[in-house]
Design a protein around this ligand. Structure first.
Ligand code: SAH
Length: 222
């Protein structure tokens, strides 16, 4: 843990970021408290600490990005997390979003298709004592059928069609939040609620996400 230092300066930058999220309309107090407490710079390479507290997406390798703080707040808010919710995240990336879900009180299962990111982030989460975030290397389109059903599913990359297979892994009354759309356009945030009959679809704002891609990408061996 010792290499992770949360200084007065970091905390100051974080307070400013939280103020900005409030100004942009995020009013979920528990979420603002959780985002205000978690050092986002731990999820960045050393030397980029200041970038961690700007409201922008940032490269994490493999042409992927850690989502913009506003986007993390927006998606997390739509999940309406209650203590003990069992959540599947598709697109673990840096692990920041998974840590936020955990700190909101959820039991988190997160899946990543890039082996290099999976290995790096699994190690980081362990170093940060997130022993209860379960990480998986795999294709999120398949989900984790052996661990279903989930109360909530969060997709942090954009599928260009409704990810129907994943609906089957939701419990009735559960939500799936995901940005829908191809890469030539911005993607609309969707919340799908599973019911006994047809799912209920709600549509929200537009965002820019990296694409949700099929298959696993193995790390280059030495
Ligand atoms: N939640 C992440 C955001 C990372 S960007 C964070 O907080 O940092 C989206 C991630 O989704 C990328 O790491 C990308 O590799 C991953 N991804 C894209 N398609 C996927 C799929 N089918 N299964 C699993 N992960 C996928």
């Amino acid at each position: 843990m010792s290499k992770y230092k949360d200084t007065y300066r970091h905390r100051g930058m974080r307070r400013q970021l939280i103020k900005k999220l409030r100004r942009k309309g995020i009013d979920n107090e528990k979420l603002l408290e959780v985002m205000g407490a978690l050092p986002r710079h731990y999820f960045f390479d050393t030397g980029f600490d200041d970038w961690a507290y700007k409201d922008v997406a940032f490269p994490i390798g493999e042409e992927q990005t850690i989502s913009q703080p506003y986007t993390v707040a927006y998606q997390t808010n739509l999940l309406e997390i209650t203590e003990g919710d069992k959540i599947l995240e598709v697109g673990m990336g840096s692990g920041y979003q998974a840590a936020i879900l955990h700190d909101m009180g959820a039991a988190v299962y997160t899946i990543e298709r890039h082996e290099s990111l999976y290995l790096r982030t699994t190690r980081l989460l362990k170093e940060l004592d997130y022993d209860h975030i379960h990480t998986f290397l795999g294709d999120g389109f398949q989900g984790l059928p052996h661990l279903a059903p989930f109360d909530k599913i969060l997709i942090t990359a954009a599928p260009d069609k409704m990810p129907v297979e994943l609906q089957n892994q939701l419990s009735v009354g559960g939500f799936m939040v995901f940005p829908l759309g191809g890469q030539h356009e911005s993607q609309q945030m969707i919340r799908l609620t599973k019911t006994d009959g047809d799912p209920v679809i709600e549509r929200f704002d537009y965002f820019r996400f990296v694409p949700m891609v099929r298959g696993v990408n193995k790390a280059e061996s030495e």
